[in-house]
Design a protein around this ligand. Structure first.
Ligand code: ISL
Length: 586
């Protein structure tokens, strides 16, 4: 069994600050602010959150919504001030809660002083803080970037940006305004350690580390393999995901800084699925990071690219979940459990059915799944009330994310006037855009869904369904006694804590490995007790046979009214569409 730790039992609530709650204290009307987070702490505490992770609030030109930092030790005036953060930390502590910062150190903004210095001349002492390379030239003298890597948030472009003044390219994996730091440089790593200390000394309890597995690039910058012959630049992640020195840098960060504080750390780790590579980071003996975000579950419907569509089946969910539950159990690491974040569409729209009839059932079923798996649980703002994707009548003009804007541009450039291709692109945007998670949180059925003042325009449109989907409505008791998603989440998080020996730390066993079945059923067990979870990932009524070895005491929770009372406790059971039940084993 995994040894207990507070960060394993914690429920982390992710806030996307621009869209969470606006009190008008920031410099930009219609933006969420730090005071807006503080104002909602009672709500978060009542839900069952222990740790608040906020996406970046540092000073930033906001080209990529704060993931382009121009000053690591200041707050963007849009969000408020350092004093507001101190107040947030104090108010969190009063409630026995903690703050986790989003730490973006693979790259900075091009407006960061480090980069301004670096690009000022080839001789500048910070030149080597970023990744500079000379141009290549075709036979006819045309200038080309050092290799064919594509830019991640603008697939049509090169990952290298030309600097006119100093006549070299710099690496910018995400956008031109996000130059990659050169982690081979010791001074860079020291500067980063200092930033971590700055926040820890201020009372922050840990970090979510943005694309932390991209910090070490292979030497020589080789070309990427061609996966899409229609475009000039290709995904190069094989050459920079979990690169040669990444583990050394993480270990050094732990030795120098993290080990000296009591922290929670989670690394974002896209592209990597190799079990040995994963264990090198999260294995308890490794002393690198507490856990990572593994992307399988949110890449489930990716085609060649993220902005692409692919059919998936319920078996994919159960295979992915089972693989990592077992891996961490067998090799002594730790999972992070999540199905949403600010880079993905809403989970009920993606994995279940967000129609009026099924949206609440879907939200509750995904809650039942996540709250009964082993790992640190991450809830994304609005997930607890079952917020959905933007409705399909909303056109690409309303989407604000740089990735969506660049994708729509690329498709229009590649296929001008091609109605089929452009209809496909619209479909991709309606299904996959990061914007779906970034609409303002729906607090009430009032103007702007209570997110900001009635006479202010939110920075991004409120989803059109706010009059039916909002937190205020879900806080009220219902006449028929049925629980709203918010109430269901609150109860499920309390239940998880009460039964943490099983639900957080217990062993995992998949109960039905059939690829054809839409039923995802598993058992969780400690030495003395066990629960089973049975989830129906389909629109159909589905029959399923309880294994004879399992003697069920009773169903203790379910997403349909009655908490599983109508489901048999032995032999063949029938689950209704998108039904999920949790049972206590004798
Ligand atoms: O959404 C994606 C692009 O297709 C993801 O691949 C995403 O870029 C990747 O998960 C890294 O995300 C993180 O770093 C990015 C930032 O844009 C994301 O918001 C952040 O979560 C660059 O800092």
């Amino acid at each position: 069994h995994s040894s207990p730790a507070w960060w394993k039992e914690s429920v982390v609530y992710q806030i996307y600050p621009a869209s969470f709650n606006s009190t008008g204290s920031g410099s930009e009307p219609g933006w969420g602010d730090v005071k807006g987070i503080t104002a909602k702490l009672d709500y978060l505490k009542a839900l069952g959150a222990d740790v608040v992770w906020s996406s970046p609030i540092y000073k930033s030109p906001q080209v990529d919504m704060g993931y382009d930092i121009s000053d690591y030790e200041n707050i963007d005036p849009k969000f408020g001030s350092l004093e507001d953060v101190d107040e947030l930390i104090r108010e969190l502590k009063k409630r026995d809660m903690k703050l986790m910062m989003d730490f973006v150190a693979n790259h900075t903004s091009d407006q960061h002083q480090w980069f301004i210095d670096s690009r000022s001349s080839r001789e500048n002492s910070r030149r080597d803080w970023y990744i500079w390379q000379p141009a290549k030239y075709d036979a006819d003298g045309t200038r080309q970037p050092p290799n064919n890597w594509s830019m991640m948030l603008g697939e049509a472009h090169s990952a290298w940006t030309w600097d006119e003044k100093t006549q070299e390219y710099y690496l910018s994996l995400f956008t031109s305004e996000q130059p990659d730091l050169n982690w081979r440089n010791t001074e860079v790593r020291k500067a980063i350690h200092n930033v971590l200390r700055f926040w820890l000394d201020r009372g922050v309890s840990g970090f979510r580390m943005d694309v932390i597995n991209l910090i070490s690039k292979v030497e020589g910058y080789p070309d990427a393999q061609i996966v899409d012959p229609n475009v000039k630049y290709q995904p190069g992640f094989k050459h920079f995901a979990n690169g040669p020195h990444m583990n050394d840098y993480l270990r050094e960060m732990n030795d120098e800084v993290l080990s000296k504080y009591d922290t929670i750390t989670v690394g974002e780790m896209p592209f990597v699925r190799d079990h040995d590579e994963i264990m090198k980071v999260v294995g308890t003996d490794r002393k690198e990071l507490n856990m990572i975000f593994i992307f399988d579950i949110v890449d489930i419907d990716n085609g060649t690219f993220r902005m692409d569509l692919r059919e998936w089946k319920p078996k994919d969910i159960k295979n992915i979940v089972s693989r990592y539950q077992k891996l961490m159990e067998e090799r002594d690491g730790w999972n992070s459990i999540f199905v949403e974040n600010h880079d993905n569409p809403r989970s009920i729209s993606r994995y279940c059915d967000d129609s009026e009839k099924f949206r609440e059932l879907s939200a509750k079923m995904l809650c039942l799944m996540q709250t009964t798996l082993s790992g640190t649980l991450y809830v994304y703002q609005g997930e607890e009330i079952g917020m959905r994707n933007l409705r399909s009548e909303i056109g690409p003009e309303e989407y604000k994310d740089i990735e969506t804007v660049n994708y729509w541009q690329k498709m229009n450039d590649l296929y001008p006037g091609d109605t089929d291709k452009l209809a496909y692109a619209r479909k991709v945007i309606q299904t996959k855009a990061r914007d779906h998670a970034r609409t303002p949180v729906q607090w009430t059925d009032g103007p702007n869904s209570g997110f900001c003042a009635p006479d202010t325009k939110p920075w991004m449109m409120v989803n059109t369904d706010y009059q039916t989907v909002n937190a205020a409505a879900q806080e009220k008791a219902r006449k028929d006694g049925d629980l709203s998603p918010l109430q269901f989440w609150t109860r499920a998080l309390a239940n998880r804590k009460e039964n943490k020996d099983v639900l957080v730390y217990g062993k995992y066993e998949l109960l039905d490995s059939s690829d054809k079945s839409s039923i995802f059923a598993y058992k969780r067990m400690s030495d003395s007790r066990a629960f089973i979870t049975v989830l129906n990932f389909s629109h159909e009524h589905v029959e399923w046979t309880l294994p004879e070895s399992i003697k069920l005491e009773k169903w203790v929770a379910g997403n349909y009214p009655g908490d599983g009372a109508n489901v048999a406790t032995v032999g063949k059971i029938t689950l209704k569409p998108w039904e999920g039940v949790l049972g206590m084993v004798k």
